[in-house]
Design a protein around this ligand. Structure first.
Ligand code: IMP
Ligand code: MG
Length: 195
């Protein structure tokens, strides 16, 4: 028999896999009556919201459509930089009820940019939900309509969130112990690599 995997980053587990799934199920209960009759277009902010969007849309269990954008401002670093659009929204959002999904709400710049693009493309209504909300008061944009869980003001990985591409495929949320790891590549290198 194979031994259990020890795949996990240096750092404290903040939310177990079970806690993440329970919070998403709870969030789906809250969102379902608001979206059930709207055939919403769910816009997934890649790459971080990949797992969250799959789990939430399965839990919602209502008619909906899914589209993706690839946008980010972290690249391979651990602090926010210039917002880069790697793939714009191809779907027609005109007249649609839109639900934006992102992995984490930090200062809000990423969701604000995608919301603005949907409004410019004449979406009827734009809501947003995130898996995580970072606890601080630096947010300078509209809050998401729903956050499944909160995390302290530190760098977190797992459930789609990465550090320079690593740790996305962890089923739990961890606070990365940054002293135990080399710093990620600077943002300007990341912009060239285009992660
Ligand atoms: P905001 O634009 O400041 O709200 O930052 C949100 C975006 O930054 C998300 O789409 C994440 O991809 C990324 N991000 C913010 N905080 C973290 C973190 O702690 N770990 C991994 N990615 C993060
Ligand atoms: Mg992101």
């Amino acid at each position: 028999m194979s031994s259990p995997s020890t795949y996990a980053p240096p750092g404290e587990m903040l939310h177990s896999a079970e806690a993440v799934q329970a919070a998403i199920a709870h969030q789906a209960e809250w969102l379902r009556p608001r979206l059930a009759n709207e055939n919403p277009l769910v816009v997934v902010l890649l790459q971080g919201a990949l797992y969250y969007a799959a789990w939430l849309t399965l839990a919602l269990a209502i008619p909906l459509e899914i589209a993706c954008v690839d946008v980010g401002r972290y690249g391979r670093g651990r602090s926010g930089g210039v917002l880069a659009w790697r793939q714009k929204l191809a779907a027609d959002v005109g007249g649609r009820s839109v639900l934006l999904l992102d992995d984490i709400f930090d200062e809000g710049a990423t969701l604000a940019a995608v919301r603005a693009a949907c409004i410019a493309a004449k979406a009827r209504e734009v809501r947003s939900a995130v898996l995580l909300r970072k606890r601080h008061d630096r947010a300078r944009a509209q809050e998401p309509d729903s956050a499944a869980l909160e995390v302290p003001d530190c760098f977190v990985v797992g459930c789609g969130l990465d550090d320079a591409g690593r740790w996305r495929n962890l089923p739990a949320i961890y606070a990365l112990d940054e002293r135990a790891l080399p710093r990620s590549l600077p943002d300007r290198v990341a912009e060239r690599i285009g992660t």
